[in-house]
Design a protein around this ligand. Structure first.
Ligand SMILES: [Zn+2]
Length: 230
């Protein structure tokens, strides 16, 4: 598309901030300046023990953990996450990742991270959505932290139909079996940063961490998410 046509379309359909949907963000940004300042950031990355790591106490040995934002129901973070998951806007994840990665790079607790691994989406879901929202966030983190990211570091275990039926009851409450390590050689002995979009109970991240720790006992695990609910 030619530049003048692009500008012309911009006049009639101006881009709106993806968090508040009211203000116009500057060029190359998806968020307006006031959202950048006012989104409910946490300070988790400045403390090795915080509300995020507390959620995993006595469940998963974590080196460090942090959410970027507090999740407020009906708030701008929820809107942003909705756009990321269902609005076909993977660039939100990349931009948030780049932003958060700059903070993490300054943090003593994340400086030794050597590999970034997103929580995998079920392949059918990823195909329907076109991307994995945790993976695009991981990509942005990788760009600003200067740490490699492994899209297939973890994979969803594909069960055959009979396995699914037979083991549904056994697997209930034990999502652990759903994941397998995809790139063991690249990840062994590393400090791995597990990445997800939202942490609520922490069950999914916990299952991913346990899969990594069972398969590669010499790894160290940290976690980050875009938001933390509750
Ligand atoms: Zn805004």
């Amino acid at each position: 598309m030619s530049l003048w046509l692009h500008h012309l379309i911009g006049l009639f359909y101006p881009r709106l901030c993806l968090a508040c949907t009211r203000q116009h963000p500057p060029q190359h940004s998806l968020l307006c300046p006031s959202c950048r300042l006012q989104l409910p950031r946490t300070d988790h990355w400045q403390h090795q023990e915080n509300a995020f790591t507390e959620r995993f106490w006595a469940r998963t040995p974590l080196y460090s953990g942090a959410a970027m934002f507090h999740f407020v129901k009906g708030g701008r973070v929820q809107h942003l996450l909705h756009q990321l998951k269902y609005g076909g806007k993977p660039e939100i994840g990349v931009q948030l990742g780049e932003w958060f990665g700059r903070d993490l790079r300054q943090s003593l607790f994340f400086q030794s991270v050597e590999a970034i691994v997103p929580v995998p989406l079920h392949p059918k879901k990823e195909h329907a959505r076109g991307y994995n929202q945790s993976d695009v966030f991981a990509k942005g983190l990788s760009m600003s932290m200067g740490v490699p990211w492994y899209k297939h570091g973890l994979k969803r275990q594909q069960f055959t139909e009979s396995q699914t039926r037979k083991s549904r009851l056994e697997r209930f409450g034990n999502v652990e079996e759903v994941f397998v390590v995809g790139e063991a050689a690249a990840l062994q002995s590393r400090h791995i940063l597990l990445v997800d979009d939202v942490v609520t109970t922490g069950a999914t991240l916990e299952a991913c961490a346990h899969t990594l720790l069972h398969t590669l006992p010499d790894v160290r695990i940290s976690m980050v998410t875009i938001a933390m609910a509750g």
